[in-house]
Design a protein. Structure first.
Length: 182
């Protein structure tokens, strides 16, 4: 929790990937809350490119705003420790899981379509009942998602109906001798 507090104290420009135009979605509520407390939030969502969410222009991809955010936060201090490619066929599912001994995990969607399953995230701490509702992201080809490795993820309520859903996944850990705040 202290790490999150430190990040939010140090950095005021935040990119939110997958934020929605739907005001009832958790991502939109979080964005509104962050704006209220002085953060500049850049929404990134290829499906809403060019639109505005809560007064902010929506960008298609994270590289469109690389000069606007403190992108050096993680990249200087984390290294990819392992990676793999997962090919799913029709009617396949991905059980909820997380990635121990890693800091940030991610996925790059190499081939998905409208029939591909979503990626659901679920807080593994059942103590937080009100925050236990899974949230999902509908991936598009070329999208890169990253999340804290403790966060459970999987097909959730969706089943993959695409004949070929290809994802490159990876885990990261702190660089040896590195410091998270360099
Ligand atoms: Fe995973």
């Amino acid at each position: 929790m202290n790490e999150i507090k430190d990040i939010l104290s140090k950095y005021k420009n935040i990119a939110m990937i997958g934020v929605s135009n739907d005001p009832t979605k958790a991502s939109t509520i979080v964005m509104k809350y962050m704006q209220k407390y002085g953060y500049k939030v850049y929404p990134v969502n290829p499906k809403a490119k060019g639109q505005k969410i809560l007064g902010e222009e929506v960008f298609e991809k994270i590289t469109d705003i690389k000069d606007k955010i403190e992108s050096h936060l993680w990249q200087d201090n984390l290294v990819v420790t392992n990676s793999w490619v997962n090919v799913q066929g029709e009617d396949s599912r991905l059980n909820f899981h997380n990635h121990p001994n890693s800091i940030m995990s991610g996925a790059i969607y190499l081939k998905v379509d409208d029939n591909s399953s979503e990626l659901y995230f679920e807080n593994p701490n059942s103590m937080y009942f009100n925050y236990g509702e899974p949230v999902s992201v509908m991936p598009v080809t070329g999208m890169c998602l990253m999340w804290p490795s403790w966060l459970k993820h999987g097909s959730g309520q969706s089943t993959n109906k695409s004949s070929e859903r290809i994802v490159l996944s990876f885990n990261t850990f702190f660089k040896e001798g590195g410091n998270i705040w360099v």
